[in-house]
Design a protein around this ligand. Structure first.
Ligand code: FAD
Length: 277
């Protein structure tokens, strides 16, 4: 299987978490990722952890993408953060609006990711490869499916180079989204984001929050396994490998794995894909 791969991590909160992540990264580097990305807590809450993890990845000789969210931020702080990232040698950003926890007023000088993309381009020219987020199953706050697609096109036209999708389990949603975006003149790579199924409670929690639909048959099968983690993992590997096979057969430009800082499931899925390719 000759497909560009990328792996997403979140900044660990403890020294033990950081040590485990180092081990997971080394295992995943065997698959020669195009880049590894690190999430960024909205409002800059994880800035030190994010930048620190990005630096570790760069020091390990691997290209790193820093997620960067703008909700609540001012132009002055963003300018300063961009300068820090450039000085660190970061060449790739995932530019996002982000979500502030409820109770925080948004404030700030950016309303949408498209404002951030335009600002990064104005300030730094072509210094960064800019990724943006895409939602094949529609962003949960979108006024309508069409408004969400238009918003995606707007941030692409503001200067994005490529896109990564929210995870999904229904490949038709992805194919449809790509067709619709291309019909509106979008010709950049839209890379599917893939979430390995590691724990069913965690998956249900994330999916409810981000608007990714868990098909009824998957939800019911997961519920039926109860606490039987071995069966959940085995079922999850079959489902996600099958999804990746369909995407690969359709000629996707790459696969981005939401690793949840764990190497095992992602490694197993890639291994199975390689055997079957
Ligand atoms: P936007 O593209 O700005 O869209 C947000 C909403 O506003 C959508 O409903 C859209 O339809 C609407 N909209 C956009 N422009 C307009 C406009 N001009 N007029 C009216 N409506 C508009 N979150 C984090 O906090 N940290 C991370 O590191 C992180 N990484 C992510 C990585 C990926 C690949 C993905 C898919 C998501 C990630 N998220 C992350 C989650 C993301 O921050 C949330 O989904 C957030 O709610 C939207 O961010 P966005 O950049 O997609 O926003």
């Amino acid at each position: 299987m000759n497909l560009p791969l990328s792996f997403e991590f979140f900044p660990p909160k403890t020294p033990e978490g950081a040590a485990k992540l180092r081990v997971a990264r080394q295992a995943l580097y065997a698959h020669k990722p195009e880049f590894c990305s690190v999430t960024f807590g909205a409002g800059g809450s994880t800035q030190d952890g994010t930048f620190g993890t990005v630096k570790e990845i760069l020091d390990e000789g691997v290209a790193a993408a820093c997620h960067f969210s703008c909700v609540g931020a001012t132009k002055a702080t963003v300018r300063q953060q961009l300068a820090t990232l450039r000085a660190m040698g970061v060449k790739r950003l995932v530019a996002l609006r982000g979500d502030l926890p409820s109770g925080y007023g948004a404030g700030g000088e950016f309303h949408y990711a498209s404002d951030l993309v335009a600002f990064i381009r104005e300030e730094t020219g072509a210094a960064f490869h800019i990724e943006v987020a895409a939602y094949p199953e529609i962003h949960p706050q979108a006024r309508s499916a069409d408004a969400d697609l238009q918003a995606f096109v707007k941030k692409v036209k503001a200067g994005a180079d490529s896109a990564i999708t929210q995870y999904f389990f229904n490949p038709d949603a992805y194919f449809r989204f790509v067709d619709d975006a291309q019909a509106l003149g979008v010709d950049l790579p839209i890379v599917p984001g893939i979430m390995p199924i590691i724990s069913s409670t965690q998956l249900m929690r994330f999916s409810d929050a981000c608007g990714a639909e868990i098909p009824r048959w998957i939800r019911l099968r997961l519920q039926g396994f109860g606490d039987d983690t071995a069966s959940i993992k085995s079922f999850g590997l079959d489902v996600i490998t099958g999804l990746c096979e369909q995407l690969y057969a359709a000629g996707v430009p790459g696969i981005h794995f939401y690793t949840m800082n764990q190497a095992a499931a992602t490694t197993e899925i890639i291994g199975r894909l390689q055997q079957r390719a």
